[in-house]
Design a protein. Structure first.
Length: 277
């Protein structure tokens, strides 16, 4: 999926939500307030924050304000291929201020938006702009963490996640199990598993949802609730991206014997399910 860039003011009413894509939010004028899983505060002009996907955040605008917002899916060109190392910036919420060079780059971005770069030939321009900005932020925000050869014990983390699939889970909760700071835990976790903590949790949720789809007759809306998705639509969207088909299509596939299959429906279903493991 491609990234998008937009400008808008924030209402003075405090709102909250979470979404399955990452965000860069920069205050262009006025000020705003952002709190991302307990971290944050007032964000003045030419400052901003990185909002990791699936992180509940509260936000509001202060008086007249204008925000520049980048919406970046984890499979967008800005975070994949030659830019794949940039996704580590979203391992935890971050706040930043723009220096002189980045303010000049921001002026360029605003000019591009004013002239419109969303023509068919330039549909990936928002990702190019986002990748350049993220690369500059990476150089400024990078803080080397102390190296450690000790591996994280994933067993208690897996048990904690499995027991709370239906509940909101925070990276801070998992970091506490490992007795590490959130940033240190996220870096160690990615090095060990190749995934950020929220990607790992999402895989656990989807795996559990797939088992329920295949082995129960629960309504898809109930499965979504039991595995921590906001609703059936959110489950179906994530499920299709990971497995290439919707939960309903998988259930139909497993319940319909293939032509020439053995009479035993149970054997057929188990054989088909094994192919998804």
């Amino acid at each position: 999926m491609l990234s998008t860039i937009r400008q808008l003011p924030l209402s003075s009413a405090v709102k909250s939500h979470a979404h399955d894509f990452h965000q860069i939010v920069i205050t262009l004028c006025g000020s705003s307030t952002f709190e991302i899983e307990g971290l944050g505060g007032r964000v003045n002009a030419f400052s901003g924050c990185l909002v990791p996907a699936n992180h509940e955040h509260y936000y509001s605008g202060q008086g007249y304000n204008r925000q520049l917002i980048f919406d970046i899916p984890d499979d967008a060109p800005a975070l994949t291929g030659e830019h794949r190392e940039l996704i580590a910036l979203f391992d935890a919420p971050r706040f930043f201020a723009l220096d002189g060079a980045l303010r000049h780059y921001l002026a360029f971005v605003e000019s591009e938006l004013d002239h419109g770069f969303y023509g068919q030939a330039l549909e990936q321009q928002p990702d190019r702009v986002a990748a350049t900005l993220l690369g500059a932020l990476k150089a400024r925000l990078a803080t080397p963490l102390p190296a450690s050869r000790r591996q994280l014990d994933l067993a208690p983390i897996d048990r904690f996640i499995t027991a709370r699939l239906a509940e909101p889970l925070k990276v801070a909760d998992l970091a506490r199990l490992a007795c590490l700071s959130e940033a240190h835990f996220s870096a160690r976790f990615r090095t060990q598993t190749g995934l950020s903590p929220w990607q790992y949790v999402r895989q656990k949720r989807l795996s559990a949802a797939r088992e329920l789809v295949a082995q129960s007759r629960l309504a898809l809306a109930d499965i979504a609730v039991q595995t921590g998705f906001a609703n059936q639509s959110a489950l179906s969207h994530a499920f299709r991206r990971r497995y290439g088909c919707s939960p309903r299509a998988l259930r139909n596939q497993l319940s319909t014997p293939a032509p020439g299959a053995a009479a035993s429906g149970a054997a057929s279903s188990h054989a088909t399910l094994d192919g998804w493991r």
